[in-house]
Design a protein. Structure first.
Length: 330
């Protein structure tokens, strides 16, 4: 059964509690916008496209609660996580429908369908990048859990694998919240795609010893010049890939492209609680009262990107500006 991160049940949002995976597959059913906002903030649901769709449903749910104006609901959901631009795109889609007196749930459904369709197209567009035998490295989780269905970085791998390519995936564990070890490994296992989880610090070793043919990751926000934000640690992987002559791809739907940010310096980077770093699997590992910094994302300059895998095909950073102006952008 293909994974789905979330779905609508009448006027409720059902979603997999991603904090509990892979140990437990638990579905939460939310009928209040405040609970949807909390689920995004505490990463019950995470991944840029998925939080955009969750926020779209959050707006639809808010429109049926008496306590919200359109603006108040948009503020509540928009204050949850700052980096993924998809969040704001999802909110805006339903905000417009609500403000114009249209039915809000169909607007959220349309946004979900658009994201799922684009992820499927990313799978088609990116599959040809992976030859019949390929060892691919990925960081964080950019699979169905992060996008509703299909994934971004994982979609081309799924399509290539379905068509008979013999793939092997290096999965960075992705400290501090282990999205790679917990979520990507779980998704690849369900798809029967061979993989090995590695500690984040091992990626350079495998690239330098010739065991990685290409790298593919997702993104949380892509600026007009092709600088992009993704899970902390992505920047290092991109630099080491370039040093070793390994192609580095970034897969994303159009909702992740932000035409209002000229470059990476303009991308807001979320900083999360230090406790996430000071502990491992809920066990405190640092000295009592130890200090930590916990940026959840980093920004990779465009010069490290070989290509963006978009729903409309693979685009080089150099051609990205043209693509932005042709589309109008978010
Ligand atoms: O903090 P998270 O787990 O929401 O971060 C997710 C990522 O960084 C993903 O790589 C990104 O959202 C792309 S998901 C298709």
């Amino acid at each position: 059964m293909p994974v789905r991160a979330l779905w609508r049940e009448g006027e409720r949002l059902a979603l997999i509690d991603q904090r509990l995976l892979p140990g437990r597959l638990k579905v939460l059913r939310l009928s209040r916008a405040a609970d949807v906002a909390m689920a995004i903030r505490n990463m019950t649901v995470r991944g840029a496209p998925a939080i955009g769709v969750a926020a779209a449903y959050g707006m639809a749910i808010a429109s049926k609660e008496k306590r919200y104006t359109v603006a108040r609901a948009a503020r509540l959901l928009g204050s949850t996580r700052p980096t993924a631009v998809d969040l704001f795109v999802g909110i805006e889609r339903v905000r417009k429908a609500w403000a114009q007196g249209e039915d809000t749930f169909p607007a959220a459904d349309r946004y979900r369908d658009e994201i799922v369709g684009e992820c499927r197209q990313i799978g088609e567009a990116g599959a040809k990048l992976f030859k019949s035998h390929s060892k691919v490295l990925t960081h964080c989780n950019a699979g169905a859990l992060a996008t509703v269905e299909w994934g971004t970085a994982l979609a081309p791998l799924r399509v290539a694998h379905d068509r008979g390519a013999e793939l092997f995936v290096w999965v960075d564990e992705t400290r501090p919240l282990l999205q790679g070890a917990r979520l990507t490994a779980w998704e690849l296992g369900r798809e029967r795609i061979p993989y090995a989880v590695i500690v984040d610090n091992a990626a350079g070793h495998f690239m330098a010893t010739g065991e990685v043919d290409s790298v593919i990751v997702g993104a949380d926000r892509i600026a007009r010049n092709g600088d992009f934000a993704n899970k902390i640690g992505t920047y290092e992987k991109a630099v080491v890939a370039k040093e070793n002559g390994i192609p580095f791809y970034v897969a994303a739907p159009w909702s992740t492209f932000d035409s209002r940010r000229p470059n990476g310096e303009a991308i807001p980077v979320e900083e999360r609680r230090p406790e996430e770093v000071l502990s491992y699997a809920a066990k405190v590992t640092a000295p009592k009262n130890g200090r930590a910094r916990n940026p959840a994302f980093d920004v990779t300059p465009n010069r490290f990107v070989t290509g963006f895998v978009t729903p409309d095909g693979v685009v080089t950073p150099r051609r990205l500006a043209k693509t932005f102006s042709a589309r109008g952008g978010n």
